[in-house]
Write a protein that binds this ligand. Structure first.
Ligand code: UD1
Ligand code: UDP
Length: 364
């Protein structure tokens, strides 16, 4: 009998990374695949699902404006449990370290449904960094039956925590599957950029950076734009209200800093390709940019993705004004330093993660 697999997704990056997995599972003759959208994100989630032509079978439509962690966690658990009671899946699957993922794993545990964790084993080793993602993914590992680790490093972290080796599968990260599928489409950017200026692309949304650290990031962007007239900064602003207001207040007036709404995934890939340099605190962008040979300065003090840092193509600068400015200017002004970091490497996958995950769950 075909196993019933329920894929749970809540936010933009989960949709991007689960899309290739859902499509691969659906293409397998032995699977009965259903998609649960918690809609922890709304517009950001819908855009990605439309791109990959995935219609959720169940949509809990849970997002609220400026949601806080406790209320979000509480709002998720009972509706997810009700879905599990109705659907009675044989396997539940989710990706990453958001509140949706942790609560999905917990709800599956309460109903003794085996849980598969995609992108398992990422760790900074500090439970509060990033916040709350390190806690979410650590607890999710305790609850999971299948651990789909993107890299050797992630697999080693799981083994160190006592996860049996036969439950860990090194698959690569399906973000690279999604990137390759979407980059091929060559979707338009739909933002007017000055062709004579080099593009610095920015994203930022981490909770631990809210407040003073995020202000430093904004001020560093202003300093960079002021001192480097040959650059233009494009910043698609994450809709979290802790980000939007500050970004608008600090940056909107600058003639060479362009703030825009979050870009559709295909357009964002086009923006990455068009950029000279990327400043970000995003998990997914850290994984994608090295494949596109774009240097990344990471606006974080720690990363759970050490592979690209070790390869020398991502550099940790923290949300610290002076370091952001000096490292960005070094790359903008020193051609050799730039070339060193603009090497195309892909430590996070080869585009076949979804096929490997499908093989483990359903056989080849
Ligand atoms: C969440 C995840 C984070 C992930 C990020 C990806 C948690 C705790 N955080 O952070 O791990 O890296 O998503 O982007 O799971 N909003 C909208 N429209 C949307 C999405 C968000 O308006 O489509 C606004 C809402 O006001 C919402 C707020 O952003 O309340 C925060 O959303 P939430 O999912 O709680 O946190 P993120 O910062 O997006
Ligand atoms: N992304 C996008 N549009 C944007 C900014 C980012 O489609 O305007 C994509 C990006 O390519 C990556 C993912 O969103 O695949 C990362 O999501 P985010 O930074 O919100 O979350 P994280 O990866 O940090 O959890």
């Amino acid at each position: 009998m075909s196993p019933r697999i329920l894929c749970s997704i809540g936010t933009r990056p989960e949709a991007i990374k689960m899309a290739p997995v859902i499509l691969a599972l659906r293409a397998h003759p032995e699977a009965d695949v259903r998609v649960l959208a918690t809609a922890q994100h709304r517009e950001l989630l819908d855009e990605v699902l439309d791109l990959f032509d995935i219609r959720p079978d169940i949509d809990l439509d849970l997002m609220e404006h400026d949601q806080k962690l406790p209320e979000l966690t509480a709002r998720l658990i009972t509706p997810i449990d009700e879905v599990l009671e109705r659907e009675r899946p044989d396997i539940m699957l989710a990706e990453g370290d958001t509140t949706t993922v942790f609560v999905s794993a917990l709800a599956a545990f309460y109903r003794s449904i085996p849980f598969g964790h995609v992108e398992a084993g990422l760790r900074t080793g500090k439970l509060g960094v990033p916040f709350p993602e390190e806690m979410n993914r650590t607890l999710t590992s305790r609850l999971a039956r299948w651990h789909f680790a993107p890299t050797q490093t992630a697999a080693a972290s799981l083994r160190n925590e006592g996860v049996p080796a036969d439950r860990i599968h090194i698959t690569g990260n399906p973000v690279i599957d999604a990137l390759l599928m979407t980059a091929e489409m060559g979707l338009p950017l739909h933002v007017d950029l000055d062709p004579k200026r080099r593009l610095v692309l920015v994203t930022a949304h981490r909770r631990e950076n809210f407040g003073a650290p995020f202000l430093q990031v904004c001020r560093a962007l202003r300093t960079l734009a002021d001192r480097n007239p040959d650059i233009e900064i494009l910043y698609p602003v994450h809709p979290n209200p802790n980000v939007v207001g500050v970004a608008a207040r600090e940056l909107a007036a600058h003639p060479r800093i362009k703030l825009c709404d979050p870009l559709p995934y295909g357009s964002f890939i086009t923006a990455m390709k068009r950029s000279t340099l990327i400043l970000t605190d995003s998990g997914g962008v850290q994984e994608e940019a090295p494949s596109l040979a774009k240097p990344v300065l990471l606006l974080r003090s720690e990363t759970e993705r050490p592979e690209a840092v070790a390869a020398g193509v991502v550099k940790l600068v923290g949300p610290v004004h002076d370091r952001i400015v000096s490292e960005a200017e070094r790359l903008l002004r020193d051609e050799d330093a730039y070339k060193e970091m603009a090497r195309g490497v892909s430590p996070y996958g080869d585009g076949k993660a979804a096929a490997r995950i499908t093989d483990v769950l359903l056989g080849g």
